[in-house]
Structure formats: C-alpha cells, structure tokens
Design a protein around this ligand. Structure first.
Ligand code: NAD
Length: 497
C-alpha cells in the first residue's frame, strides 16, 4: 500500500479542520480489511461553515475569466496525471476495483478535467438577429452559486470530476461530500485540486454520512444546486427534500442494463462484451450488464461459452496482477448480492455458475462474491428487474429482435443498452427504440467517453446529463441580453407588427 491517510480532516475555506463534534469514522479496505484512515464525522454545523466559505468565495470566483478557471482545471488534469499510479493504487485498496479499472477511473477524471478546461474558452451561448432595428440579442451562461456535490463510492475519482469540473469552469463554487466508503479518495481529489491552484473556499470537502452531511446540504438555503449520483431511493429523498427551496436537483441513479445478443451476432465478441460489462468492477457499475437478452437459437451456445470463460476468472485484491474480479464494497453489499441469488433460485431461475460467497484463504479477509450467472430467466422475475449491484447477471431467452427490444425496455431504469448483431437494419432500429440514455452497437454496456452526454431515461434520473456540453446545463443558468442601440423606445411585438 503506497499511501495510507490517517486522521484526515475537512477542507473548509482553504483550511484543514476537524468536525465540530470532534467525532471520526474509519474507512477500511473491502479487499482485506486494512484500515485506510479516520475521517471527520461531520454534521450540520460543518456543512454550514463550508457553505458560508463557498458562498464568500463565489463572489470572486464568478468574476475570474472563464479561460483562467479552465487553466486551473488543466493544471489539475496534469497534477492528477503525474499522480495517476499513486491514486490508482489507493483506489485498489480503498474501493477494491482491479488496477486496470482503477487506472481507467483516474484517467476519466484527467480526461474530464482537460475537456472542461477547454470549455473555459467556449461556454458558448447564442447570438440571434433581433426583430427590431438597431438592436442586438444574445444569450449567455451564468454561474448559479454554491453547488452541493454528493457522490457514491463506485467511481470515487471519476464521478467527483464529472460534477466538480463543469461546476468550476462555469464559475460556481463547491461543497463536496464523498461516500463514507471511499473518503480517502475524495480527500486526495481535493488535495490535488488545492495543489493545482484552486483558490481558498472554491472547493470544500465535508466528510460524513448522507443522513447528516448530505441531508443538510440538500436542505441548505444557500446551496441552489445539488448534484447527486446514487441509488433511486436516495434520489427520491433528495428531490423531496430539495423541493421546498425549489433547488435545481441533478440526479444520476440506478440501472438494470441489458445486452441483446441476436442470432446473427459474433458470439465470441458478445461473450467478451458480456464478461467485461457484467463482471468488471465486480458488477458495481451503474452501467453494468445485469441482464443478457439472447435469441433462443443461440442461447445454448452463448451460455456454455460464457460459463466456461467466467469460471476461469480469478478473484482477489485489485492490486494483484492476476486478479480479474475484486471484492464488493462492504458486508451489506455482499449480503444483498447473496440474497438475490436466493431470490433467483426461489423464482425458478437456473443457477449456471457462482452463487456463493468466496472465503477461502485470504479471500476470507474481504468481501468476495463468485461471478454468478442465472439461465432460464423470465423478464418479470425480481432478478431481472431489480438492481443487484454485484457480479450477477441473468440470461433471458427471446424469440426475435422485437421481443428483445421489448424485454430490454421492460424495466424501470434506462441508463445503458447494447445490441450485438451484424444486421445494420436491426442495429438502427435498436438505436431508435431502446429506451436508454446510452446505446452501444457490438460493444457491452460500459465504456462511456467524457465528451458525450452521460445519463439515463426513466427512473435513472430526472432528465439532466453529466459529461459533454450537456453537463454545463446543470451548472449554469441562461441569461438573455437585449442591447438596443437605436436611441428610441422600441417595443417588441408592437412596433414591428
Ligand atoms: P447511495 O444512494 O447509498 O449513496 C450515494 C450518496 O448519497 C452517498 O454519498 C450517500 O452518503 C448520499 N446520501 C444518502 N442518503 C442521503 C440523503 N438522505 N441526503 C443526501 N445525501 C444522501 O448510493 P451508493 O450505494 O453510494 O451507490 C450505488 C448507487 O449509485 C447505485 O444505485 C448505482 O446505480 C448508482 N450510480 C449511478 C450512476 C449514474 O451515473 N447513473 C453512477 C454510479 C452509481
């Protein structure tokens, strides 16, 4: 373990401080139980101090020219790139994902920071002709104020960057609350922002639980924007709690993503896509393929090839070279995942492989679950409807492409989708008809790039998007500006009628 952060603090107004209560909580590794550090168990007072600091800092930050704000993000990307190995290693220990994926998580934050740094020289609005003579019209993006950024543990560096980079380049200041399972990574993120030259008070971190720190941020009258990535239930609570102050609430929630494999698919490619999408990050991705919808003509062949590959996957700590699948995040995740195995069996699904906690040897020190595949699954079963968030996927046989699309759409979520087919007509129909924010053709359900919008339809969110130019819509408000240089009173809709 390269870096262990002991006794961390909150970062408020450019100072490292303890929680007002003096209380702390511990972060431990899901891979082997190692203590990662202690963190302030903050409460409403700490949030209030951070919001006050962010509000004060906003008065100057909003006036810093956007290209200069972008340059700081550019520097942050460089600093993060220099520390990529160290942060990657920390992630394998604190969050548990395997090193290649942890490196990808960090790289995504680097890419996002460069991308949003570039937005500092764009942040484009529109200019339009006026309906009146000697008048000029334009719309400009305005920052909103203090943004409350509340993040989950599964992308502990990438997700904070998706929120904080666009918020900053647009001229907002931030109070960041990372997940309590990955506080050391949240801390490192903010330390590196500080090192990159973000001014005092512009980014603040307050550690602690959702019910205390997150709740206060959502209720705080001086935080006009809340951006949350988490579960559907948390999203509903946050939206309800933010309603009283008419907050802008940006929600990125759960998924029940499906890969469709048609009878003309390249099956080897499909198997590779399924293994990567279902078992990468131990299935703990919002875009994980927790359903595979297969044409009945190829379901037998696909399932035997898939099971053969999956049974060769090696479980272990993410930092070891030969590990394919790391631990899941904590004991309650392990219990939840196993309870879905029991549910699947009781619903009559056929357990093809896995279905058990792996505890032999050193695995017993962490939270490991064997990659699990159910066959003979029907779309209405709970294992085919509910987000399990672990290394479990289900095979649902269908008769044709139309049924495949119907089954894919037959869940409450709509984040990512995928189809394997060689037929261009079927591919284009799927692009049109799949009810999801993301569709992949001949690739699995994971692998988003930072310059395209990221988010989902239906219960996956509330219509906003992260990443790409679309992210700026969350962190800015439009102002329309009319400049009349005629020297006379010109009345729109009247004098030109
Ligand atoms: P979670 O909902 O338990 O927690 C997310 C964050 O919200 C945490 O920081 C938590 O402390 C905070 N929180 C909890 N209750 C709160 C409250 N009442 N008020 C304010 N904040 C509160 O989710 P998790 O277990 O950390 O993450 C897994 C979930 O996140 C899954 O459902 C997954 O699909 C989803 N996710 C979605 C995306 C996406 O982009 N759509 C990406 C990653 C993860």
């Amino acid at each position: 373990m390269a870096t262990t952060l002991k006794q961390s603090q909150n970062f408020i107004g450019g100072e490292w401080v303890d929680a007002t209560s003096g209380e702390t909580f511990e972060s431990t590794s899901p891979a082997d139980g190692e203590l990662m550090g202690t963190f302030p168990k903050s409460g409403a007072d700490d949030v209030d101090r951070a919001v006050a600091a962010a509000k004060e800092a906003y008065e100057d930050w909003r006036l810093v020219p956007a290209p200069k704000r972008g340059e700081i993000l550019y520097r942050f990307a460089q600093v993060l790139a220099e520390r990529k190995d160290e942060v990657t290693d920390l992630m394998t220990h604190e969050m548990g994902k395997v090193a290649a994926e942890a490196g990808g998580d960090v790289q995504e934050a680097i890419d996002m920071s460069y991308y949003m740094g570039g937005e500092g020289r764009r942040l484009s609005g529109q200019t339009t002709p006026s309906e009146l003579r000697d008048k000029f019209n334009m719309s400009v993006r305005m920052p909103i104020g203090v943004v409350g950024a509340i993040t989950p543990w599964n992308f502990p560096i990438a997700i904070p960057s998706w929120k904080i980079a666009p918020a900053l380049v647009a001229g907002n200041t931030v109070v960041f609350k990372p997940a309590t399972d990955t506080p050391a990574l949240g801390q490192r993120f903010v330390e590196l922002l500080d090192e990159a030259g973000v001014p005092k008070g512009v980014v603040n971190i307050v550690h602690g639980g959702g019910g205390a720190v997150g709740h206060r941020l959502v209720r705080h009258p001086d935080v006009p924007v809340i951006t949350l990535t988490g579960s559907r239930d948390t999203g509903v609570t946050v939206m309800r709690n933010g309603a009283e102050n008419l907050k802008r609430i940006h929600l990125e929630l759960g998924g029940k993503n499906a890969i469709i494999v048609l009878d003309d698919a390249d099956l080897d490619l499909a198997v590779d896509g399924i293994v990567w999408s279902a078992f990468g990050t131990s299935g703990q991705r919002c875009t994980a393929a927790s359903r595979v919808i297969v044409h009945e003509k190829v379901v037998g062949e696909l399932s035997s090839r898939l099971v053969a590959v999956v049974e060769k996957l090696t479980l272990g700590p993410g930092w070891e070279d030969d590990t394919d699948v790391g631990p899941v995040i904590n004991q309650s995740a392990l219990d939840k995942i196993h309870s879905y195995t029991e549910i699947g069996v009781s619903e009559g699904a056929k357990l093809l492989t896995g279905g058990e906690i792996a505890a032999e040897g050193d695995l017993g020190k962490g939270f490991y679950y064997r990659p699990t595949i159910f066959g003979d699954v029907e779309s209405a079963m709970r294992v085919a409807q509910e987000e399990i968030f672990g290394p479990t996927t289900v095979l649902i046989p269908v008769k044709d492409a139309d049924e495949a699309i119907r089954v894919s759409n037959g869940v409450r979520f709509g984040l990512s989708s995928s189809i394997f087919t060689q037929d261009v007509n079927r591919a284009f129909r799927a692009m049109r008809d799949l009810e999801a924010g993301i569709t992949y053709i001949n690739a699995g359900t994971i692998g988003a790039e930072v310059h395209l919008p990221f988010g989902g339809t239906k219960d996956t969110g509330n219509g906003h998007r992260e990443a790409g130019q679309a992210a700026l819509d969350v962190y800015t408000e439009w102002k329309s500006v009319y400049v009349d240089y005629s020297g006379t009173l010109q009345r729109a809709q009247i004098d030109n009628a």
